[in-house]
Design a protein around this ligand. Structure first.
Ligand code: ATP
Length: 372
């Protein structure tokens, strides 16, 4: 049972009402998060939302203006960075160019006055861990970007921290290498049983590596949940829009029925019905969000019992190999909706193409009802 799903489990790291101001500017605004041992935790948000500042406070490079950070129950206030069982790997790997890979990995250990034999053992262990056994004698400039990244990782793990902080660790790698390295990071974290906290603005990266994701905006924590929950049940329009592709319709509640809400969307001139919360009051402005893969599309009229039907014209086709999205311009509106091509009805003999007149529809339980 994952400890982060168990409310009674004792968290390893606790941010309690943490605030960080730089002058009048509030970079981190009253953030409380519990992070558990062995958890891979991601801080996700656009540039400037305060994620790095939050991480730097845990590392001890910044002090909170107010609030408290504890590690295994111990208040970290006043504890200098090198005394914290936390290590941070930076965006720029900052390897020493004149030192070999092995010397780079050993650097922090020497500073901690660890014995020579022990250092040798740990360097070997780290080289094995990051699959660079044969590269110990090389200088950083003789390595690829991915290999340099692994040396930096080995160096930050050599001190055996309880918590590893990763600030955009894969930012300098190309897409393919980044994806491979994401899996290596996950393996490493599993093998070592450590707690990892990663800062990223890449939502796919957070979805792949993390057990839980904290989405931040303007210094505030917006949602903390597993990748699945964040994707399936975003708690607000901001999260829905930030994670993955989604269609969002502005709408007004017109009434409720058993297990559902009736809506009218002036934006697309359509009536909708959404499952779930039927407590919304008529006249309330809301947003109805639907993932492209939950929308059906056909050139034929939909079945008689279909709900939430829109008419439109195929405006563009985004081909991504394993994934194709049809962009449909809704009739009588400027709205473009995204529909996964996989959801074309089977009866369709010919693939739907550019400019085709189409029907698009979705089930009441496919929609996510959000505050406007
Ligand atoms: P990025 O992804 O671009 O690194 P971030 O979400 O990590 O962004 P932070 O680096 O935490 O953002 O910065 C949050 C805000 O605080 C930014 O607006 C930044 O300009 C501001 N800030 C950070 N450090 C300082 C500082 N030392 N003095 C003044 N303002 C700062």
């Amino acid at each position: 049972f994952a400890p982060w799903l168990d409310p009674s489990a004792v968290p390893l790291i606790r941010f309690e009402n943490v605030v960080k101001r730089f002058g009048d500017f509030v970079a981190v605004d009253n953030v409380s998060i519990d992070i558990h041992q062995r958890e891979f935790f991601a801080l996700l948000g656009p540039s400037g939302c305060g994620k790095t500042t939050l991480m730097r406070m845990l590392a001890g490079f910044e002090a909170p203006t107010s609030g408290r950070i504890t590690l295994a129950g111990k208040d970290l206030a006043g504890v200098p960075p090198y005394r914290r069982p936390v290590n941070m790997m930076f965006q720029s790997y900052a390897l020493f160019p004149h030192m070999t890979v092995a010397q780079n990995i050993a650097f922090g250990l020497k500073q901690d006055n660890i014995g020579k034999a022990e250092i040798e053992t740990r360097v070997k262990e780290m080289l094995r861990l990051v699959k660079l056994e044969a590269f110990g004698a090389r200088k950083p400039h003789q390595l690829s970007g991915g290999q340099r990244q692994r040396v930096a990782l080995a160096r930050s793990l050599a001190k055996r921290p309880k918590v590893l902080l990763l600030d955009e660790p894969l930012g300098a790698l190309d897409k393919k290498l980044r994806e491979e390295t994401q899996f290596e990071l996950m393996d490493l974290q599993q093998e070592l049983g450590l707690t990892f906290m990663i800062v990223t603005h890449d939502q796919e990266e957070a979805m792949v590596v993390a057990d839980r994701i904290a989405v931040m905006n303007h210094g505030k924590l917006v949602q903390v949940a597993t990748p699945g929950e964040i994707y399936e049940q975003p708690n607000c329009r901001y999260v829905a829009d930030f994670i993955g592709d989604i269609n969002i319709f502005d709408a007004t509640v017109t009434g409720a029925e058993v297990g559902g809400t009736r809506l009218k969307s002036a934006e697309v001139g359509a009536d909708f019905v959404a499952a779930g919360d039927a407590s919304a009051v008529a006249g309330t402005e809301v947003a109805l969000a639907i993932r492209p893969e939950k929308m059906r599309i056909s050139t034929e009229p939909p079945p008689a019992d279909a709900t939430n039907v829109l008419k439109g014209e195929v405006w563009d086709i985004a081909y991504l190999g394993d994934w194709t999205t049809l962009l449909v311009k809704v009739e009588g509106s400027e709205k473009i909706v995204r529909v996964s091509r996989a959801n074309m009805t089977r009866s369709e003999a010919r693939p739907i193409g550019w400019d085709d007149k189409v029907f698009v529809w979705f089930a009441p339980d496919a929609g996510i009802l959000l505050a406007a």
